[in-house]
Design a binder for this molecule. Structure first.
Ligand code: ARG
Length: 309
């Protein structure tokens, strides 16, 4: 086996195979943040253009409740151990997108840590202390980044299912240089991926690992080098149509990973037939839901939750 050092790797520097990386247990608890103060008040990404003041709050609440109910059903079916809800805070219109403020991890010795993000937008940075409180209540050690680079949590940093290796994206929100520090903190290699399409400003809009060998991607999101390394790390790479990736946020589905390749569940935005069909090959149930009010702000199911240990 090739020794795999904990550092940030550009695609051309990756000398190892996925089998060289250590195994890891997936988190089984989900956290959500209530949409009480959800709104679009400015333009942080292309989806938010012309959506200022255009959120149907009642519909947003219903859509959010439906997602929570889906998680409660998945808890009953033993896909999840817990569903925890924290309260949105007045003046924090984006806090409902609770995939972005942090990155949770379990160290070799079992210690649970949460790396806090450094958000690109000033008004989202205010959400961080509330997320810290959540982690403190759940026995996590809070880790603040020492470097000054931007980092947007699970929006841009996604682990290979079941493995101690991660994919860290940059180009719009997080900065490439932050992944050196994060790889040292989590003591695991991070493969950096460059995003080049403003519709895919976060990695979770274009990259959806289905299990440890297959991934769903929006190919237009990446540079050729980044695409090539994704193809090396996954045996099955499914390219989905751009309309499902952009209009349907299909890569922003949430796969709740089971212990083997075919024991996952999934929640996905309704109306993405190609992606749905692919996901159904390895996940059951696959719950279709509506997140149209949240897509106006640039997020769907994956952004509206945080998986934690
Ligand atoms: N309006 C939010 C922002 O631009 C949306 C965040 C979506 N989250 C995600 N993980 N892609 O910051």
């Amino acid at each position: 086996m090739t020794p795999v050092f904990a550092k940030a790797y550009s695609p051309s520097e990756v000398h190892f195979q996925i089998e060289d990386c250590d195994n890891r247990n997936e988190p089984r608890k989900v956290m959500m943040c209530t949409p009480d103060y959800y709104n679009v008040v400015d333009v942080k990404n292309v989806y938010m253009q012309h959506q200022k003041g255009n959120i149907n709050k009642e519909r947003a609440n219903i859509q959010w409740d439906n997602i929570r109910n889906s998680y409660l059903a998945l808890k009953n079916q033993k896909f999840l151990d817990d569903v925890v809800v924290i309260n949105g805070v007045e003046g924090m219109e984006d806090m409902v997108f609770c995939a972005n403020q942090s990155f949770p991890w379990v160290m070799w010795n079992g210690e649970k840590i949460a790396i806090m993000s450094r958000m690109r937008h000033e008004n989202r940075q205010n959400e961080i202390p509330y997320i810290e409180d959540f982690y403190q209540d759940h026995g996590y050690k809070i880790v603040e980044l020492q470097s000054k680079y931007h980092f947007e949590g699970m929006g841009d940093l996604i682990a290979h299912p079941g493995k101690r290796v991660l994919y860290g994206a940059y180009g719009f929100r997080s900065e490439k240089a932050v992944y050196d520090e994060i790889s040292r903190i989590v003591d695991a290699p991070i493969i950096t991926l460059e995003l080049i399409n403003e519709h895919h400003y976060h990695l979770d809009t274009c990259f959806l690992p289905l299990n440890h060998t297959e991934v769903l991607i929006a190919p237009d999101a990446f540079t050729p080098e980044s695409l090539a390394i994704i193809r090396r790390m996954f045996e099955g790479v499914y390219e989905i149509p751009e309309d499902e990736a952009i209009d349907g946020f299909a890569c922003n589905a949430h796969i709740i990973y089971g212990t083997n390749k075919n024991s996952s569940a999934a929640v996905i935005q309704r109306g993405n037939p190609v992606s749905l069909n692919i996901i159904q090959q390895s996940a059951n149930p696959v719950i279709e839901t509506d997140t149209t009010e949240f897509m106006k702000s640039g997020g769907s199911v994956f952004c509206l939750k945080m998986m934690f240990y």
